[in-house]
Design a protein around this ligand. Sequence first.
Ligand SMILES: C[S@@+](CC[C@H](N)C(=O)[O-])C[C@H]1O[C@@H](n2cnc3c(N)ncnc32)[C@H](O)[C@@H]1O
Ligand code: SF4
Length: 283
Amino acid sequence: MLYFFDSMGMLTTVGRKGRSLRAIVHGIADTAHPLLVQIIPTRRCNIDCGYCNEYDKVSPPVPTDTLRARIDKLAELGTAVVAFSGGEPMLHPDLDALIRHIRMRHMMAGLITNGYFLVPKRIQELNEAGLDFLQISIDNVEPDEVSKKSLRVLDKKLQNLSEYAAFDVNINSVLGGGIKNPEDARTINIRARELGFSTSIGIIHDGSGRLKPLGPLERSVFDDVSAAINGPWQIFKNLYSGITNFQTNLADGQANEWRCRAGARYLYNCEDELVHYCSLQRC
Ligand SMILES: C[S@@+](CC[C@H](N)C(=O)[O-])C[C@H]1O[C@@H](n2cnc3c(N)ncnc32)[C@H](O)[C@@H]1O
Ligand code: SF4
């Protein structure tokens, strides 16, 4: 019986990697479709991170039929990947049905969550719905007034994911934006790799999308964690998250010599159905 479930899990993983590879090849060969669309099922959030301007405490969930229609439109545009963000997307009562709808329309389904609701039953329901990948960004080891997306609070949820998730899991750690102890990013990255997840590192920006250059300690943690993400064997696990070159100039306060493709290959579809360049510049 165990062998049967192992085989099913392997088939699911192989199927997902195959679809992912097809999306990459098609994305390079044909540039006339969006690669990734983030869609907002609710602006409401259950917590309040000090650096975040993307949530409120009152918004109702976007009606499920409205979201289905938006997903259909994204399918017509040839979108490769649709990822739920928010607010906290796991507060939407019909999230699993919407994930099923994305998969039924032959797109990949992702979820960006604060991780608070990831008990074993919810993870198994997400498996059954056909979720392809999930990302949690963990800000610090101990909760404080800036953030409660903390390893201490979320470690049990990470263990649940490690045991039950049939989808890919990426754990992002962050620097900047008032996070007090840069060493926390290293601790979080080590724990995530220990549990078998892919990992990434990000830099927190201000409300206009700008980043402050990293200080010397932050910069050395950034280099160490980036090296671990791109280390031997990790490079296969971190196929997407290992693309950190674009952040190195930003970490030094320098511009990159290319233009962001937001608005073309990447879209941010807010709760009011407007399309924005990115989550922070919603004007
Ligand atoms: C707005 S949240 C919504 C989904 C979910 N509530 C979560 O926290 O993952 C999406 C992502 O944006 C990140 N984020 C929010 N504000 C940010 C900022 N000022 N700079 C960088 N990342 C930010 C969060 O850490 C999270 O990874
Ligand atoms: S980052 Fe996510 S969890 Fe934190 S306040 Fe914003 S929406 Fe909520």
